[in-house]
Every structure is written in C-alpha cells, then in structure tokens.
Write a protein that binds this ligand. Sequence first.
Ligand code: ADP
Ligand code: MG
Length: 258
Amino acid sequence: MTAPVAPPLLQIENVHKRFGRNEVLRGITAAVAEGEVVAILGPSGSGKSTLLRCINHLERIDAGRILFEGQPVGYRERNGRLVEAPEREIARVRARIGMVFQRFNLFPHLTALGNVMEAPVHVLGLPREEARARAVAVLERVGLGAKLDAYPAQLSGGQQQRVAIARALAMQPRLMLFDEATSALDPELVGEVLAVMRDLAAAGMTMIAVTHEMAFAAEAANRVIFMDEGVIQEESTPDRFFASPATERARQFLRRVT
Ligand code: ADP
Ligand code: MG
C-alpha cells in the first residue's frame, strides 16, 4: 500500500466572482502544494488581486470552492448546503494566511516592534514577552534587527514593507500571499524587499505572489500562473513560460513588460 497523499495546502475549484454585472473571476481552478512558490502574472484588471482576496475571504465568492488545509474557506456545510462560516472561523483561517499588500498599512503610532507584536498579542493571545521575542526574531530575519524601536515615518518604504512582511511572519502562517509587494516602492528599494521574499521562498515558505517583477518570477517561483480577463490563460514552469509562452496573450504581455 502507498501512503495516503496529503491534499494540496490550497485548492481553488472553479471559482467565480462578480462585482455587479462585471464577472472578474470566471472559473478559476488551481492548487498549491506545501512549499510551492507560485507567481501570478497578468495585465492590470485581470482579477489577480480579487483572487488573492478571495483566498482569505476578504471577498465572498459567487460559485466554486476554495479549500485551505482541506477545509472550505469562509463557508461550512450545513444540511448539504454551503453557508457562510462564523466570523471566528474565518478569523482562524486568516490567522494562518499572511498577506502583504502594495501599501504597507503599518500602524503609524506603533514602532516596528509594536506593529509586529500586535497580532500575536491580540489575535493569538500570546503573552507579551513571548510575542516580543517572536517579533524580534522575525524583524531580525528581514534585516531590521537595528530598527525595532523606529516608527514607520522614520523608515524607508522598503524598510516599512519589510516590517509588513515581518508582521505577517510573526503569525507563523502556512501560506503567504503577496499582492504587488514592491509596486509602490522607489526602484532602488525594490531589491531589498525581493531579497526577503527570495529568502522566504528558499526557506520553504509556501507563497503566492502577484508580481510585475519578471526576474523574481523567473528565479524564485516553481510555477507561473498567467491570468487575463478573469481566466487562467496559462499555467507553466517559469522556464517554459518565459522562453516560449503558449498563448498569444502571454506573448503580448511579455513584450510589454520585459
Ligand atoms: P488586478 O489585480 O489583476 O489588476 P483586480 O482583481 O484588482 O485586478 O480587478 C479585477 C476587476 O475587478 C477590475 O475590473 C476591477 O475594476 C474590478 N474590481 C475589483 N475590486 C472591485 C470592487 N471592490 N468593486 C467593484 N469592482 C471591483
Ligand atoms: Mg491588483
């Protein structure tokens, strides 16, 4: 007998999402295994951010299913029907999925350390000393061990984004979602954030990164998903995708961005 195969960490099954009459996700199916790094590429408006937001139920889906650790995200089955899960249950899933946005959204009145300690103390209920030790460790990991007491306004954009990554890591997530984490940064600050993302990928963190950084996708990702108009047009290895994209849409996209 063979050992049972663990289900993928994340399964996205035929997900549809519309805003009013605008159907922005039109049947998305994908799976992400533990330890995989998936880059999502595609033109603006193709539904990339919406897909990430559906994964941790910041948006409700209209059809299909999303399973995280084998459990439906945001919904539970009752009498054979799916009903929205209680807020508590949704919060539990969100605590296991870290998200880093284009804008860092740090609390301006808290230091780097305070920002990173916030959720471990208030969401996980860790004692302050334990949360502090954890926060120091993740801030050191993103290269900010010397900036523990700095306020966001005293940090560069790249440093602020690294605090945002540390804040997500402090929750010890099983999955990290990055939505154009470097797009709001001055060009000279992009590298330090990508370096942290590369380190995380190399350390085995499961990651889904929406990105316009083609070099990052080519080097750090195991897999590329190319979206356009709410559909996965192409799913491929980075080598294959960048050397010989299968679709004309992807060829056009790559001509524009590279
Ligand atoms: P991408 O991240 O690929 O640029 P988005 O997921 O942000 O794409 O947007 C996909 C489409 O959904 C766009 O047409 C956008 O205008 C629309 N959209 C996104 N969020 C909302 C919202 N909250 N309300 C209405 N329309 C939205
Ligand atoms: Mg977006």
